[in-house]
Ligand binder design. Structure first.
Ligand code: CP3
Length: 343
């Protein structure tokens, strides 16, 4: 591997500079992505290994990030479990027949991942080959709670109140569903590792919508199962957006790194998570809309605060579609240049 900074940061090795990548780095802010988007539907782009691999490599080649994250979506798992998932232009995911009650679980199956998600494994294998050691390859999955949010609510939401109501009024059914998703996700992530993923990240995008007690009950206990199942097989990153209150508990799950959003200072994040785990984050994605000198200063302040050890520079959530490419590049370059100044 020519560039293994990410892997070394995850193992806690001392580095010349922190690695840098951006959540949702393959996407609509890149003109070449938009060209492919004109020709192929979202799930075509996910399902054709050549397209997925080409899109995955775009930010590596064009923005200079230190890691590739496979182009796919967290919602391919509910799809493989038997739910219809549409991606509606301008509106996001839409599931026409969401889960509402116990009998709806009969429509779901624990998928044979090689059969129903083999296209993701093919994309990983092809990307790995095309990367040729230029950067590590990250696989990913949504957390059981975040997938339940979409499977029950049927679409995106600011509050996911219907998903919460489902958990609070039918807890037994909710736990059965969460366990099914957990089992599917373990098989899926193990398949990704076999196909060549060097690291896997669990996205709990909506974990922070839960109270600390509900986060433990409906999200963390299932993520713990997944991380335990992967222990020793690969390196793992756990990103639970908004769940700063659980950083200490998450640091004990066996994850090699924790993702941090921009609503907490690096200092408090370190205090909560402890010094033995790597942290990843936490630039406000909207800050990439500001002027380049401010991005450069923000990056320097961020690395000063996190330190260069046990740290992966990233955004605090996914990159926004309206970010100019040169601003994304300025973010990445500022991390790379920090080292030169520091040495
Ligand atoms: O990071 C990467 O570059 C890899 C690609 C990736 C996508 N989705 C591609 C995508 C990853 C890691 C995801 C994860 C994902 N998908 C999450 C977790 C991360 C997060 O942002 O919280 C979630 C919640 C989803 C569900 C999802 N997919 C939503 C809510 C949307 C619509 C909103 C949006 O941002 O467009 C999607 C669609 C989606 N997934 C797009 C991309 C590039 C945009 C669709 C398009 O190009 O038309």
């Amino acid at each position: 591997m020519k560039n293994d900074l990410l892997l070394r940061a995850l193992k806690g090795e001392k580095l010349e500079r922190p690695p840098v990548w951006m959540m949702r780095q393959a996407g609509r802010y890149l003109p070449d992505y938009m060209k492919l988007k004109e020709k192929y539907s979202f799930f075509e782009r996910c399902r054709q290994p050549e397209l997925s691999a080409a899109i995955t490599l775009q930010p590596v080649d064009q923005v200079g990030v230190d890691a590739a994250i496979i182009f796919s979506d967290i919602l391919v798992v509910p799809q493989a479990m038997g739910l219809e998932v549409q991606m509606v232009e301008g509106r996001g995911p839409y599931l026409p027949d969401p889960i509402q009650q116990d009998k709806d679980l009969e429509r779901l199956r624990i998928p044979d991942v090689d059969e129903s998600l083999g296209y993701v494994f093919d994309a990983l294998r092809l990307t790995k080959q095309m990367l040729n050691g230029r950067a590590p390859l990250i696989g990913f999955a949504g957390s059981p709670w975040t997938l339940l949010c979409y499977m029950v609510q049927g679409k995106g939401s600011k509050t996911f109140d219907e998903a919460k109501a489902f958990c609070f009024t039918q807890p037994q059914t909710a736990h059965r569903l969460l366990q099914m998703i957990t089992d599917a996700t373990i098989a899926y992530l193990k398949g990704q590792v076999r196909a060549g993923a060097d690291v896997v990240q669990l996205f709990d995008s909506w974990g922070g919508l839960l109270s600390p007690a509900d986060f433990e009950e409906f999200s963390l206990q299932y993520m713990r199962q997944i991380l335990h199942a992967l222990k020793g097989e690969t390196l793992t990153v756990l990103f639970a957006k908004g769940a700063w209150f659980a950083l200490e508990q998450m640091s004990e799950t066996g994850a090699d790194a924790l993702g941090i959003d921009w609503c907490i200072t690096p200092k408090i994040a370190r205090q909560f998570a402890g010094n033995r785990i790597t942290l990843q984050g936490n630039f406000d994605p909207a800050r990439l809309l500001g002027p380049i000198p401010a991005i450069q200063k923000g990056v320097k302040d961020m690395i000063d605060a996190f330190g260069t050890e046990r740290y992966i520079a990233n955004l605090g959530h996914g990159i926004l579609p309206n970010v100019p490419v040169d601003h994304a590049r300025a973010f990445v370059d500022a991390v790379k240049n920090y080292s030169r100044v520091a040495q």
